[in-house]
Design a protein around this ligand. Structure first.
Ligand code: MN
Length: 128
């Protein structure tokens, strides 16, 4: 049997974290959570998740900046980072990719598709 994959979700909103945690755990994933960039970097000192879900709008350091910081770390560079954000203005998807994110899922998430989208990122790095 395959070892369960671990996903780190960086998100300041507790309700979003709770929903995503439940969906991921119901599909058999291990879930790590960080409420801000400092907590995320702290966790990444001791854990190497299989995938990182990244909120963009956060009160301390935004998800673009945190993604750039993570991608400068050699041992974390190959961990896929998927932006999870309500920023759907023109150019926002491009901004997440420029920051080093490997993909993008829009909020509000589609609860029926979400874990399939995650599985595709884990398999292919990209959803389509
Ligand atoms: Mn947020």
């Amino acid at each position: 049997m395959q070892t369960a994959k671990t996903i780190l979700y960086v998100e300041d909103n507790l309700d979003n974290r709770t929903l995503v945690r439940r969906l991921l755990q119901a599909s058999g994933y291990n879930v790590l959570e960080a409420a801000n960039a400092a907590e995320a970097l702290d966790l990444l000192n001791t854990h190497r998740p299989d995938l990182i879900l990244m909120d963009i709008n956060m009160p301390d350091i935004d998800g673009y900046t945190l993604t750039r910081t993570i991608k400068t770390q050699e041992h974390l560079r190959s961990v896929p980072i998927v932006a999870l954000t309500a920023n759907v203005m023109r150019g926002d998807k491009e901004r997440t990719l420029q920051a080093g994110c490997d993909g993008y899922i829009e909020k509000p998430i589609d609860v029926d598709r979400f874990t399939d989208q995650i599985a595709e990122f884990l398999t292919n790095g990209h959803p389509e």
